[in-house]
Write a new protein. Structure first.
Length: 183
């Protein structure tokens, strides 16, 4: 199932690149799956990690995921999918609220996604500084800081994991002098 999900995601994201660079997009789902695989051996959760952005960023339909991978994988992917018809802050607030009641598997998937994204942001931040925010819909560092604080709070159940601790460390690196709420 995991190999099939990797192939499905590679085909769905074919030709796409990450924001602000020429890195093939598939590297993000691959990294998310690797992070998730370090937190669980549940093949459906790992498969969902590969597929987590296909509904949001490609023409793939939820029914396609269910047909290929089953209803649980579909539910996990849908839980990690943002409604792009909403504004940035509204979407991010919905994610923060969702994490408050999400089960462990959904939180693991969210942690993998957010850590992968934060690794990329932190790498670029170290090189280009605040210009990194220009590649996002939300151009202000404070908005991203607010969002990541909410994510860290929602994922607190996973604070014993190295992945959570890395996300927290990257938060501190990028948002130096930021609120100490995340400690």
């Amino acid at each position: 199932m995991i190999q099939e999900a990797a192939a499905f995601a590679a085909k769905a994201h074919e030709g796409m690149t990450r924001k602000g660079n020429s890195i093939p997009y598939i590297y993000h789902p691959m990294e998310v799956a690797l992070i998730v695989a370090q937190l669980t051996d549940d093949e459906e959760v790992i498969a969902a990690a590969y597929l987590h952005d296909v509904l949001e960023d490609t023409p793939t339909k939820a029914e396609d995921i269910e047909r290929a991978f089953g209803s649980r994988v579909r539910a996990l992917v849908e839980a990690e999918t943002e409604d792009k018809s909403r504004g940035w802050r509204e979407r991010k607030q919905a994610t923060i609220c969702h994490l408050k009641t999400a089960d462990r598997e959904m939180k693991i998937l969210a942690l993998g996604d957010k850590l992968s994204n934060m690794r990329s942001t932190a790498r670029d931040y170290l090189v280009i500084g605040d210009a990194v925010w220009d590649r996002f819909h939300e151009k202000h560092k404070e908005g991203h800081r607010w969002y990541l604080e909410g994510i860290l709070d929602g994922l607190r159940d996973l604070q014993e994991t190295m992945a959570y601790q890395e996300l927290q460390s990257l938060y501190r690196l990028v948002y130096a002098g930021a609120s100490q709420r995340t400690e």
